[in-house]
Design a binder for this molecule. Structure first.
Ligand SMILES: Nc1ncnc2c1ncn2[C@@H]1O[C@H](COP(=O)(O)OP(=O)(O)O)[C@@H](O)[C@H]1O
Ligand SMILES: [Mg+2]
Length: 253
């Protein structure tokens, strides 16, 4: 893969939702194999940014390119094909309640591939093992803890071996130890799948753990804050306020 050509790119992107500007004039390049972490205060547009990159929201202005192709210019079949290369775990990406864990993972494989039931089952078993849910094969989502549901969501997101993976707060609601372990697993899976990864998190420890590059969203503005190594020395008061968890500062709560 050409490492110098962005796998995802935003050019002068503005997003309006419900008559409100959520993101303004965003320019962003994400390169193959990178792990990008998006941080920022709650309600400032992290999920909207992630969904716009994933083609869920169309920009009001500007362009979003995936592997050099403008989402807007794609025919529905091309969009469908491209969507297969994407793995998405969104905050409210509900699992199917009436399907078992195994069936939840099998679902995208049945929908989008020609694989036979044996092939599908072997992928399902592998993914359940990846996320330590082997025993949950025949359990329904309501029989699983919150953390297990989250891991099942990750397994389902990975079912189609996506080259670009989007995670919205994958460790939300987990205690620090589980959260650390899950982030480690996510990194291993990234390596295994050789994918580009974009993760939203409000947990700075996870951001340091997961990121090659950290990006911040504040008041509709999207800007790069650096690597886990350089972020501490970033002088931007918004960055300092956020990473140090201070009430006082330019970000209003
Ligand atoms: N589908 C939508 N329609 C209208 N407004 C939305 C929609 N989705 C998000 N918003 C608004 O966009 C802003 C940013 O939301 P979001 O990206 O979810 O924030 P974050 O993920 O940073 O907490 C919020 O004001 C939210 O109300
Ligand atoms: Mg969000």
């Amino acid at each position: 893969m050409d490492q110098t050509k962005p796998v995802l790119e935003m050019i002068d992107v503005t997003i309006e939702l419900g008559g409100k500007v959520i993101l303004k004039d965003v320019n962003l390049k994400i390169f193959p194999g990178e792990s990008i972490v998006i941080i920022g205060p709650s309600g400032h547009g992290k999920t909207v940014l992630l969904k716009t990159l994933a083609g869920v929201f169309a920009p009001t202005k500007g362009h979003v390119l995936v592997e050099g192709e403008d989402w807007q210019n794609l025919e529905s079949q091309e969009k469908h094909d491209l969507a297969q290369k994407l793995g998405m775990l969104f905050q409210k990406d509900a699992l199917f309640d009436s399907l078992t864990a195994a069936e939840n993972i099998a679902f995208p494989l049945k929908e989008h591939t020609q694989k036979n039931p044996e092939e599908i089952e072997s992928i399902v078993l592998k993914l359940l093992d990846y996320v330590n849910l082997t025993e949950a094969h025949d359990k329904f989502p309501h029989e699983l803890s919150g953390g297990m549901q989250r891991r099942l969501g990750i397994a389902r997101a990975l079912a189609l071996s996506p080259t670009i993976v989007f995670y919205d707060d994958p460790t939300a609601g987990q205690d620090p130890i589980r959260s650390d372990a899950m982030a480690e697993r996510i990194l291993e899976l990234k390596k295994e799948f050789n994918s580009t990864m974009i993760t939203v998190t409000s947990d700075m420890l996870r951001a340091y753990q997961l990121a090659d590059r950290i990006i911040m969203v504040v008041n509709g503005e999207v800007f790069e804050v650096g690597t886990p190594e350089t972020i501490e020395s970033n002088k931007d008061p918004r960055v300092q306020q956020f990473i140090n968890g201070q009430i006082q500062g330019p970000i209003r709560y």
